[in-house]
Design a protein around this ligand. Structure first.
Ligand code: FMN
Length: 173
């Protein structure tokens, strides 16, 4: 599989835009933008996010006890750009507060999912951070979506009669 074809194909799969954060025992905060967030298991409640093994934040996350997934709202594209930028202080804007489990979080996030680190699985050039969900926050804010290499706001236009019944692997969601 050619790398460009793989990238183009996956660019057409919409994904959530998240900023994943952690803090070490000395109070040093780390965070990165990620679209690779997904649910994994209902019992126990597990989620995952994939982190590039070469990222400057990789050691901080694979060695962390906890992390927080901030699912961004439609007006937080600037935060996503900032937490993807290299060589800058991503926390300098001061928009992060102590949230669930004392982790750095965005008050305006659409959803926050606070996890204890359950497992780290190496997969190619990424590490899969699997988190056990400990606490969540849900708002009614419209989420930001990454699609076709752009940030988009979902239309939230349900198709009548098209609500899945038993199609989801996590029944009850
Ligand atoms: C829209 C978007 C989605 C991203 N998704 C991921 C991801 O899922 N996993 C990941 O490791 N990096 C992802 N990145 C890249 C990281 O945010 C970050 O730029 C990268 O880790 C390089 O950071 P470094 O300077 O700390 O090494 C994404 C970047 C953008 C803009």
């Amino acid at each position: 599989m050619e790398r460009a074809v793989f990238a183009r194909t996956l660019s057409r799969v919409p994904g959530p835009v998240t900023v994943v954060t952690t803090v070490d025992p000395t109070g040093r905060r780390s965070g990165f933008t990620a679209t690779s967030f997904s649910s994994v298991s209902l019992r126990p409640p597990l989620v995952l996010v994939c982190l590039d093994k070469g990222a400057s934040t990789c050691a901080a996350f694979t060695g962390a006890q906890r992390f927080l997934v901030n699912v961004l709202a439609h007006d937080q594209g600037g935060v996503a750009h900032r937490f993807a930028a290299s060589g800058v202080d991503r926390f300098a804007a001061g928009d992060m507060e102590r949230c669930e489990l004392g982790l750095p979080g965005l008050p305006g996030a659409s959803v926050r999912v606070a996890c204890s680190l359950y497992s780290v699985v190496g997969a190619g050039d990424h590490d899969i951070l699997i988190g056990r969900v400990m606490k969540t926050y849900v708002s009614d804010r419209t989420p930001l979506v990454y699609y076709d290499r752009s940030f988009v706001r979902p239309a939230l236009d349900p198709i009548p009669g098209d609500r899945p019944t038993n199609a989801l692997h996590l029944t009850g969601w």
